[in-house]
Design a protein around this ligand. Structure first.
Ligand SMILES: [Zn+2]
Length: 258
């Protein structure tokens, strides 16, 4: 039985698109190796998508600039496709995690930084809206860094609520999520920008492995309560490789069906 779908392609590890922490060798394959030991996890490939999905969010001149580096464009587009697939699975009521790179939450409509190129989560959500399948969404971004790109890309869509929790310690951080979730109503889908650099031993120095499980479970409960169970997540940051696989597993274990 499959309780969660992981969207992944070997291309993410094969493509040498840049030399950055997000593109570190073994970063994704370490996660996949651990997730493959779980009998209730299924693995699917990202599909082909049209450039129009990217252009539905990003400015034409910006897309053209990224396209001038074909290798980078191909892998950035595959990362978008991975989030798109995860969002499609979510619409079928199947929780999904896009284990992809480059990440996306620092990609705004016409610019990007922080190892991001296209705003994977925003593109997936705007595609669903364009297809008339959703009108609203909630985005939780638990990366150590604020998802400024996602905020920019979704700023013209008032039915989308975005939370980048800020707090001094993990207990307060989880409370910020609870209090925000209480204010929500009418959410068609829950999307998560899953940045594991908020881990205790990573740059954010805050959340424990168990906290990632708790956040996953909170988002599952929210989706079930308000959004017919529809939920997906996409990998953002996370650079402490020894513990990254177990942190992703903890989140997915909280997020999956049981
Ligand atoms: Zn980050």
């Amino acid at each position: 039985m499959s309780n969660i779908h992981i969207v992944y392609s070997d291309e993410f590890e094969k493509n040498d698109y840049e030399n950055s922490p997000a593109a570190m060798k073994g970063r994704l394959s370490g996660i996949i190796e651990l997730l493959k030991t779980q009998s209730d996890y299924s693995f699917v490939q990202p599909p082909n998508i049209d450039d129009a999905e990217i252009l539905n969010v990003h400015l034409p001149e910006y897309v053209k600039k990224i396209k001038s580096n074909d290798n980078l464009f191909q892998i950035a587009k595959l990362s978008v496709a991975s989030a798109v697939k995860a969002s499609d699975l979510a619409m079928e009521g199947l929780p999904a995690f896009s284990c992809a790179r480059p990440p996306g939450h620092h990609a705004s409509r016409g610019d990007s930084w922080g190892y991001c190129y296209f705003c994977n989560v925003a593109i997936a959500l705007k595609r669903l809206r364009k297809q008339g399948r959703i009108n609203s969404a909630f985005v939780l971004d638990f990366d150590a860094h604020t998802g400024d790109g996602t905020i920019d890309c979704l700023s013209d869509w008032k039915e989308v609520k975005i939370l980048n929790p800020m707090a001094d310690d993990s207990q307060k951080y989880l409370k910020v999520i609870d209090e925000y979730v209480e204010t929500l109503s009418d959410i068609d889908i829950v999307a998560v920008s899953a940045g594991f650099d908020s881990y205790l031993l990573d740059v954010g120095k805050k959340l424990s492995t168990f906290d990632f499980y708790v956040i996953g479970r909170k988002m599952k409960d929210l989706a079930k309560k308000m959004a017919k169970g529809r939920r997906f997540a996409a990998l953002e940051g996370g650079y402490y490789l020894p513990d990254l696989p177990k942190n992703v597993l903890a989140f997915c274990d909280g997020f999956k069906n049981s």
